[in-house]
Write a protein that binds this ligand. Structure first.
Ligand code: 13P
Length: 243
């Protein structure tokens, strides 16, 4: 079973969600839903305001689609935190997963908040998708694994029985069209898996034309898809590549 996550980032509007949901549900229905469901967990991560709209737009296939939030507050409980969205709220509206540590959020200052975010997500009984990835200079200097191992160290006190996904997304491969080469990805995933027992997904310019090769690898447990997930047919082709 592979995990295929669509990360819409800060894209979409109401019309987009209706259109995406309808096209996706039609395509899913016309293909063998059971075969696809057995091969892949389809997880969609829209911006906060559209999570419910996507639920409604995909209600016909609601069992095939799992919701993920792109972010969560580091604050706990409820309180005077204008603009923040708590883990409990995400649980309450039906999310099952939350992205934590995406490089785009780390670049916005999230690094110091990640430990607390992980705690909040786990305490709310949600599943973190913990994202790691090295910048190009670290890879070129031969320090990619050290960099990733350091980012992963936040997971070391988490009970291995806890459900969690790790997403390896080399920063230089995100949104650039430049996928990391398969041997480098496999080497990194093997190292991560030797240290942690959770599934490891790859992200960074995944599209239908390279998904088959990537997802055929036994050490790549799924894909975290950005740009290509905005086109439902393209995204479904990636899901199909998992089967
Ligand atoms: P792209 O697929 O657009 O490279 O984005 C990857 C990503 O950051 C998914 O979280």
């Amino acid at each position: 079973m592979k995990y295929i996550i669509a990360n819409w980032k800060m894209h979409s509007n109401y019309a987009f969600v209706q259109d995406w949901g309808q096209t996706f549900v039609n395509a899913l229905t016309s293909q063998k839903v059971e075969v696809i469901k057995n091969a892949a967990q389809i997880i969609i991560s829209p911006p906060f305001p559209y999570i419910h709209d996507l639920m409604s737009a995909t209600a016909d296939q609601s069992e095939s689609i799992i919701l993920c939030a792109q972010n969560v507050s580091h604050h706990t409980g409820a309180g005077a935190y204008t603009g923040e969205v708590s883990a409990e709220m995400l649980k309450d509206i039906g999310c099952q997963y939350v992205l934590v540590g995406h490089s785009e959020r780390r670049a916005m200052g999230d690094n110091d908040l990640l430990e607390q975010k992980l705690k909040n997500v786990l305490e709310a009984d949600l599943i973190p998708v913990f994202c790691v990835g090295e910048p190009l200079e670290e890879r070129e200097a031969g320090r990619a694994w050290d960099f990733i191992a350091n980012q992963l160290s936040l997971l070391k006190n988490i009970d291995p029985a806890q459900q969690l996904l790790i997403a390896y997304e080399p920063i230089w491969a995100i949104g650039t069209g430049q996928t990391a080469n398969l041997e480098d990805i496999e080497e990194m995933h093997t190292q991560i898996k030797a240290a942690y027992n959770w599934p490891v997904l790859y992200g960074g310019s995944v599209k239908s034309s390279n998904a088959g090769k990537l997802l055929a690898s036994s050490v790549i447990d799924g894909a975290l898809v950005g740009g290509a997930s905005l086109k439902p047919d393209e995204f479904l082709s990636i899901v199909e590549a998992a089967s």
